[in-house]
Design a protein around this ligand. Structure first.
Ligand code: SF4
Length: 327
């Protein structure tokens, strides 16, 4: 099946994709199944123009986007991603900055330990890989804080390799389309991984494009709450739709945020981010009334390396203020 795209940026040879040609608009005829072809065709027509998918996105930019997108929606990631790459266009530039600058630049993306992980990854890339992002999924997985998903995503999207990329959207689409279930299990099983691998088109560059196409289908059409089956390119072969959309049953888990330790941590960290230098404990007290919860949250931030306690009783973002005897 020929995959027609509105814009042709050139053809690639399987296995020889270099950064910047990862999502070719012309792919190989007769190498995809009709169902894969329908999703690839849909993607060609409906994909969003996202900076990390553009031909000029470097492997570092792809890696940064993957970490940011793990638990944060695209709309919130876009401005932080742009500012981050403008300031730190390479791993070496981030590695040369204090970790606290990364935490500050992370802003309100949430789960700020990701900023520390990205900083540690940048340092490891400088120390072990000459400041370059390695292409091998194994080498990527060996970096601090890079798990199987991120390694597969970066190897696929930055280097055009063939890996099953099982993010939330992909898992939901495959659960419905192939397994006839509304939602996937809490975490991917070996069987689910094998299934996802069996569905990948053979040419690595097409497999990479298929992965991002399924991801986009899950984000825009096969959404968690309201799938738009009437607009879906694979509705005719969707097992869940054909079964009449049976509900998985059981109450949906909704994550409470207000009043949690997580919200408290966010408030305390926001105080530190918004100040140019260290802050006294009294300033943190004003940010959260419950003393017990505040102490617990602050202890957690210190234990996680997101906050440095200073000898004079003040607090600072990590590495941004010299601590006598440690710097
Ligand atoms: S038909 Fe509906 S449920 Fe099935 S993959 Fe498409 S959007 Fe999802």
């Amino acid at each position: 099946m020929a995959i027609a795209d509105p814009v042709t940026r050139g053809t690639v040879t399987p296995g020889t994709v270099t950064p910047g040609t990862v999502f070719p608009d012309t792919v190989f005829p007769d190498t995809v199944t009709p169902r894969s072809g329908a999703i690839l065709d849909w993607y060609a027509a409906h994909q969003r123009d996202l900076p990390w998918r553009r031909p000029d996105a470097t492997p570092w930019a792809v890696l940064v986007s993957e970490i940011m997108l793990q638990q944060t929606p695209v709309a919130r990631v876009l401005p932080v991603y742009a500012a981050w790459l403008a300031r730190w266009p390479s791993p070496a530039s981030l590695a040369a900055s204090p970790a606290g600058d990364a935490v500050r630049a992370w802003g309100r993306l949430g789960y700020p330990r990701r900023a520390l992980r990205l900083h540690a990854t940048a340092q490891a890339l400088v120390e072990r890989h000459g400041g370059q992002v390695p292409a091998s999924a194994d080498a990527l997985r060996a970096l601090p804080g890079i798990g199987s998903y991120t390694a597969a995503a970066v190897a696929s999207f930055a280097f055009g390799q063939r890996h099953a990329v099982l993010d939330t959207n992909v898992r939901r689409v495959l659960a419905r389309l192939v397994s006839g279930r509304e939602l996937p299990s809490a975490s991917p099983s070996a069987a689910e991984r094998r299934l996802a691998e069996s569905l990948l088109p053979e040419p690595p560059a097409v497999a990479a494009r298929w992965s991002v196409a399924v991801m986009e289908l899950g984000a825009l059409v096969c959404t968690a709450a309201r799938p738009r089956c009437a607009s879906c390119p694979v509705a005719a072969s969707c097992a869940w739709r054909r079964a009449g959309h049976p509900a998985d049953g059981g109450p949906r888990r909704t994550q409470k945020y207000a009043g949690t330790d997580r919200q408290c941590r966010g408030r305390l960290l926001a105080v530190l981010r918004d100040c140019a230098g260290p802050v006294p404990g009294s300033q943190l007290e004003a940010a959260w009334a419950d003393q017990l919860q505040r102490s617990r949250a602050l202890d957690g931030l210190v234990a996680d390396g997101l906050v440095d306690p200073l000898p004079d009783g003040r607090f600072a973002l990590p590495g941004t203020h010299p601590v006598p005897g440690t710097h």
